[in-house]
Design a protein around this ligand. Structure first.
Ligand code: UGA
Length: 437
């Protein structure tokens, strides 16, 4: 099928490449000329395992194109996806100005001779956005154009986006007529995934409800970790025991510093805001948020308790990205924690396998922060090592090397990467989350 995607960010680019991979003809549109130029040269503006090869292969095969022209996208795609940012506003509501602008641009590019077009929202949007998009397109489109609006939320995770897209757990789309449903089915036929077809409002709500539930799972296990700390129980064992119940599942029960990233914090806030505006104050999700925020400050109190005064203490930080396998530092809890420690005068040196450049450019780290030469170099003379991100490189680190380089072998592990007994055997003082230290 001929598909277009307006907005070549994380979701738009990976989705476009995966649609091309299964045989569709895809046009990706972005108004950022620099980005389109980079992509046309075969370079990928983000770190995402497997994506560069996928893009190169499909561009070479002529199935994937990039352009700055929305009009070309609307001309070339029987189905036009909207994948532009929906950032949070200061009050927690969603800024829909990019969606509105793209809806207008699509409308102005539609022509009656193109025949029936489906306009699909892929961005994470508040319930009822579809009907606003439909109204807007109808208002600005020329007489005689035929179109239908649909919602098709995306569930990919950064770091494994290509696999998530090519082998999805489920595909959800919301439509309001059979012709649109038929076209959406044909797009997803090659993926062999379970498909759920709903009305537009339900599809929109599924995305916010799913992300909020995953965030809730994380806050739940973090709250249980606090009870573990007070009772001498071990959160890793407790999570294992809970997770063996098939109704609960072990995933997203990793206690730690809390969730970050460009999705969960924004989506939980947005869902609270949407529910409130519809007349339901979602108190449960407010708790999810506050547990998540407190997780970082409680960890900082533990560091303070041990180091007494942070002023002039040399602290190494492993991890800047918001999670493993990504260079994305948006809403990274590791960076927030680093800034908290530097605000108290600590002398921080950090390292991340992929997030160094993005942290320098977008991390908003305090100016006193220094970037380590490599993972072990930032430990030289450190009085404490803080683990902020769950990278496998850190979990598999050489413990003797850590000990040799540090001034005092003291680790605060915000991601529970090590076994306390192994640490004790190496003579390293070890503090983690939800376990006796
Ligand atoms: C999340 C969802 O998992 C995707 O399904 C969704 O499509 C995406 O948001 C989105 O809305 O676009 P992502 O933000 O890439 O994906 O990251 P996750 O893997 O979900 O991790 C989010 C945060 O939770 C990270 O900071 C991670 O460290 C933390 N986390 C995750 C925990 O603290 N504990 C866990 O057990 C799992």
């Amino acid at each position: 099928m001929k598909l277009s995607i307006i907005g070549t960010g994380y979701v738009g680019l990976t989705t476009g490449a995966c649609f091309a991979e299964v045989g569709h003809e895809v046009t990706c549109v972005d108004n950022n000329e620099e980005k389109v130029k980079t992509l046309l040269e075969g370079k990928i503006p983000i770190f995402e395992p497997g994506l560069e090869d996928l893009v190169k292969r499909n561009v070479a095969a002529g199935r994937l194109k990039f352009t700055t022209s929305t009009a070309d996208g609307v001309r070339d795609g029987d189905v036009v996806f909207i994948a532009v940012p929906t950032p949070p506003q200061p009050d927690g509501s969603v800024d829909l100005s990019f969606i509105e602008k793209v809806a207008r641009e699509i409308a102005e590019s539609l022509k009656p001779e193109y025949g029936f077009r489906v306009i699909v929202d892929k961005s994470t949007v508040p319930v009822k956005t579809g009907s606003k998009v439909e109204e807007t397109v109808r208002r600005y489109a020329p007489e005689g154009v035929e179109f239908s609006v649909a919602s098709n939320p995306e569930f990919l995770r950064e770091g494994c986006a290509v696999d998530d897209l090519l082998n999805p757990d489920r595909v959800v789309f919301g439509v309001n007529n059979d012709a649109a449903a038929d076209m959406m089915r044909r797009i997803y036929d090659p993926f062999n995934a379970p498909v759920l077809v709903t009305d537009i409002e339900s599809a929109e709500l599924i995305k916010h409800a799913a992300n909020s539930f995953l965030a809730l799972k994380i806050s739940y296990i973090n709250a249980v970790a606090r009870v573990c700390e007070k009772s001498g129980a071990d959160i890793e064992k407790v999570a294992e025991g809970i997770g063996m119940d098939a109704r609960i599942g072990r995933q997203f029960l990793n206690a730690g510093l809390g969730y970050g990233g460009s999705c969960f914090p924004k989506d939980v806030k947005a869902f609270i805001n949407i529910s409130e505006s519809l007349g339901y104050p979602f108190e449960l999700l407010k708790q999810v948020e506050s547990i998540n925020e407190d997780q970082r400050s409680l960890f900082l109190s533990r560091i303070r308790e041990k180091l007494w005064v942070l002023q002039e203490k040399k602290i190494a930080l492993w991890g800047l990205a918001f999670k493993q396998n990504t260079d994305d530092v948006r809403e990274s809890v590791a960076i927030k924690l680093a800034n908290d420690m530097m605000a108290e005068g600590a002398d921080l040196t950090g390292w991340d396998p992929q997030g160094m450049e993005t942290a320098k450019r977008f991390g908003n780290l305090h100016e006193s922060f220094t970037y380590g030469e490599d993972m072990y170099a930032c430990l030289d003379g450190a009085e404490a090592l803080v683990i902020g991100t769950e990278w496998p490189e850190f979990a598999n680190a050489d413990l003797e090397e850590i000990k040799k380089r540090m001034r005092t072998p003291l680790i605060f592990d915000g991601r529970n990467l090590y076994d306390p007994e192994v640490m004790a055997a190496h003579g390293i003082e070890y503090h983690s989350i939800g376990r006796a230290s």
